[in-house]
Design a protein around this ligand. Structure first.
Ligand code: ADP
Length: 262
């Protein structure tokens, strides 16, 4: 709290009172602190791949180019790190566009079973390469909602991508559509490593990761779930997770069947 006080003077300059202004700045401070943390996080996330690219390029120039084995390995690392860099920049741009409200969401009536199936089909191969079974389970009847098709598809891609990254070989991922009264519920359930209870409240924050080293190996940017939350909320839906370490996670989100219905 910031406090300002000004004396009120009466006759002969005697002080007869005071005006005291109490200004609650805690919210502003919090916003300011989040902004500072975000900039620090972004800088760190960008610096890591840049350092790798620079280091390996330097080593190549300093002579490693002459060794065919090293040459191949180092160029592969440079390629992978620049790929991470470009994904990071894309995700940052996407997030800032959605947050600033500059993305115009094109809501259109959409059959959700079909939208889910089409998106799942695109990822079945990738899941298979990781030794995982990925299946979609439509609701018993057509379910219509007004959604921005590409954005909802992006939500599914992010959730299924995570399920693939955090589920050991031999596991499975099931994507289910449930028809509710006013809303559709979509669930992405995996049999993966799960998430400790203590981490759940902060999971949808930008750059929050349970296990930094593991997340880095998985190639994630740490922004996937923040983007998911923004897109779902732009549809006036909700997203949440149920998870048990060692048993798997279920990410669920809702979409109102008609825009304007809360
Ligand atoms: P990342 O790019 O690191 O995957 P996300 O925002 O998509 O970033 O996810 C944040 C963190 O949440 C991940 O680093 C991981 O620790 C955890 N997480 C997300 N999805 C799952 C899942 N299906 N199973 C286990 N952990 C998960």
């Amino acid at each position: 709290v910031e406090l300002y006080a000004t004396p009120i003077k009466g006759k002969n300059d005697s002080i007869v009172g005071a005006v005291v202004v109490l200004h609650d700045v805690s919210k502003w401070r919090r916003v300011e602190q989040m902004r500072t943390e975000f900039v620090a996080n972004v800088s760190h996330e960008l610096r890591t791949p840049i350092t790798a690219v620079k280091g390996f390029a330097e080593t190549l120039l300093d002579g490693a180019l002459e060794h065919p084995d090293m040459r191949r390995q180092f160029i592969k690392i440079i390629y992978e790190e620049s790929d991470r860099l470009s994904r990071l920049v894309n995700d940052l741009l996407e997030l800032s566009r959605i947050e600033s409200g500059h993305v115009v969401m094109q809501f259109e009536p959409c059959e959700i079973n079909e939208l889910v199936r089409t998106t799942v089909d695109k990822l079945v191969h990738q899941a298979g390469q990781n030794g995982l079974v990925l299946e979609s389970h439509p609701a018993g009847q057509p379910v219509y909602a007004e959604v921005a098709r590409d954005r909802v598809s992006q939500v599914l891609i992010n959730l299924i991508g995570n399920a693939i990254a955090y589920t050991p070989e031999g596991g499975r991922i099931d994507v289910t559509v449930e028809d509710g009264v006013d809303q559709v519920i979509v669930r992405v359930k995996d049999t993966g490593i799960g998430i400790p209870q203590d981490d759940l409240p902060r999971l949808f924050e930008r750059f929050y990761r349970v296990d930094k080293a593991r997340a880095r190996r998985s190639g994630g940017t740490g922004l996937g779930l923040a983007i998911v939350k923004h897109i779902v909320e732009a549809h006036k839906g909700k997203v949440w997770v149920d998870s048990y370490p060692g048993r798997g996670s279920t990410f669920s989100f809702t979409l109102p069947k008609r825009q304007g219905d809360e």
